[in-house]
Design a protein around this ligand. Structure first.
Ligand code: DON
Length: 425
């Protein structure tokens, strides 16, 4: 059988193709000259499978999509406090190139608008790096997210630098507030080089998938950034990634995202996939017109909105029944799926409401595929409380999903690989 996912992507591209509204970014002459009809879309799963259609391997400049990744590098290289002291996390609701800073501190409101991104560039790598080394630090970091060494478009970079008056004005303001401590022009040059890194939609999907995969590149296996940094970056993408269209995006699409003026658009859906689209015509916010339409469609067709309520919690207790009779009777709570707080709360409620009359109780984890830390601790607390209530407790855990279970003070548990071992124990 052939996978239906590339067919779906091809169909989605066909549907948006007739829409030729919007304009290429005119303030960078090299971008204005690019082919406006390019169109591509790629999905990359957290285990490294890539599906694409259209222009998946055409190179274009990353532009503002570099911002969340450079912010991640700054957080990793300098730590949270030094970065937060210089760049806030409040959505500004302003255009990407707005010349605005917090009035008291001179701090840019967030790392997705240019003021914050220029500052984040200056914070990548150690403080004593020279500008060229810092650019190399950033390109090396972006390449680790993509899983291959990325090149640079020097012509686009030169073209933008010739017209970078606005970013230079922002950088000089940042310097006057002591937010930038280095030469303002050198930082803008470095930031513009960062924006001129060449990527394909395939690269961008893999970069997004690295964020979706807790900071681990799905193909290379490299832990590019730590999990607390991933959470910070995805949060800022969710609230600020689409600038003054952030509210519309949050309600219509609901995927942490970032756009770039060369026409790229990424979305990272935690634990699921990285998505990238490429289409150069932009709406007035600077976001790809056809990219936004594609994301709206992907989100609604596949239920990808992060606020979509998962059904799993309702079904976590697959069955609650008794096997055997008399003193051998065993109450079995058979659990299933991925278990987090909401799901384990159902298990707590089920065990409390059932108040097992049987002396022997089994929690069967055979069909549980994942368990987060709070779920593990709460399940062990269920075991402890059942023991204190006088029950003999069994954990059916063939894949050691809870390795070395320790129910703590007064708790006792027997681990078995199959339910029938608990029945005959
Ligand atoms: O700072 C700039 O103007 C650009 N090099 C990047 C802007 C950008 O991609 C905005 N996003 N849509």
């Amino acid at each position: 059988m052939r996978s239906m996912i590339p067919d779906y992507l091809t169909e989605a591209l066909g549907d948006v193709e007739p829409d030729t509204s919007g304009e290429q970014a005119a303030y960078i002459p090299e971008l204005a000259a690019a082919d406006p009809d390019r169109l591509g879309a790629v999905f990359a799963t957290v285990d490294g499978k890539v599906y694409g259609a259209g222009d998946t391997d055409t190179e274009f400049t990353i532009q503002s999509i570099s911002k969340p990744f450079t912010y991640a590098l700054a957080l990793g290289d300098r730590g949270f406090d030094p970065v937060l002291a210089k760049v806030g996390v409040e959505p500004s609701g302003e255009a990407f190139n707005e010349i605005s800073l917090e009035s008291e501190t001179g701090r840019p409101r967030n790392p997705m608008i240019n003021a914050g991104a220029i500052t984040a560039h200056s914070l990548a790598g150690p403080a004593d790096m020279d500008p060229a080394e810092r650019v190399e630090r950033v390109v090396h970091g972006l390449s680790a997210f993509a899983g291959r060494r990325l090149g640079m478009d020097d012509a686009v970079c030169a073209s933008e630098m010739e017209h970078a008056h606005r970013n230079l004005a922002i950088a000089h303001m940042l310097r006057s507030h002591g937010i930038l401590t280095e030469d303002a022009r050198a930082v803008v040059e470095g930031y513009t080089r960062q924006c001129s890194v060449l990527v394909t939609a395939r690269d961008l999907a893999m970069m997004a998938a690295t964020l979706a995969n807790r900071g681990v590149n799905p193909l290379s296996g490299e832990q590019v950034i730590r999990e607390p940094v991933v959470r910070q970056v995805l949060s800022v993408m969710a609230t600020c990634g689409m600038y003054d269209a952030a509210g519309d995006w949050a309600t219509q699409v609901g995927i942490p995202a970032k756009s770039g003026v060369a026409g790229g658009l990424i979305g990272a859906l935690p634990g699921q996939i990285g998505i990238a689209t490429f289409s150069p015509r932009l709406d007035p916010h600077g976001n790809s017109v056809r990219g936004v339409s594609l994301f709206e469609r992907f989100s609604s067709d596949m239920g990808l909105h992060v606020m979509e309520v998962p059904a799993a919690a309702r079904a976590v207790v697959r069955s609650n029944h008794v096997v055997g009779s008399g003193p051998d009777a065993l109450r079995v709570f058979q659990l299933q799926g991925g278990i987090g707080f909401a799901a384990v709360e159902r298990v707590v409620r089920e065990t409390v409401d059932t108040a097992p009359a049987e002396a022997r109780v089994a929690l069967d984890l055979t069909m549980v595929h994942s368990l987060d830390d709070v779920a593990r601790r709460m399940l062990l607390e269920i075991v402890r409380r059942l023991t204190l209530d006088g029950h003999e407790v069994y954990l059916v855990d063939p894949e050691s999903i809870i390795p070395d279970p320790d129910p703590g003070d007064g708790g006792r548990v027997t681990v078995v690989g199959r339910l029938d071992q608990a029945r005959t124990a």
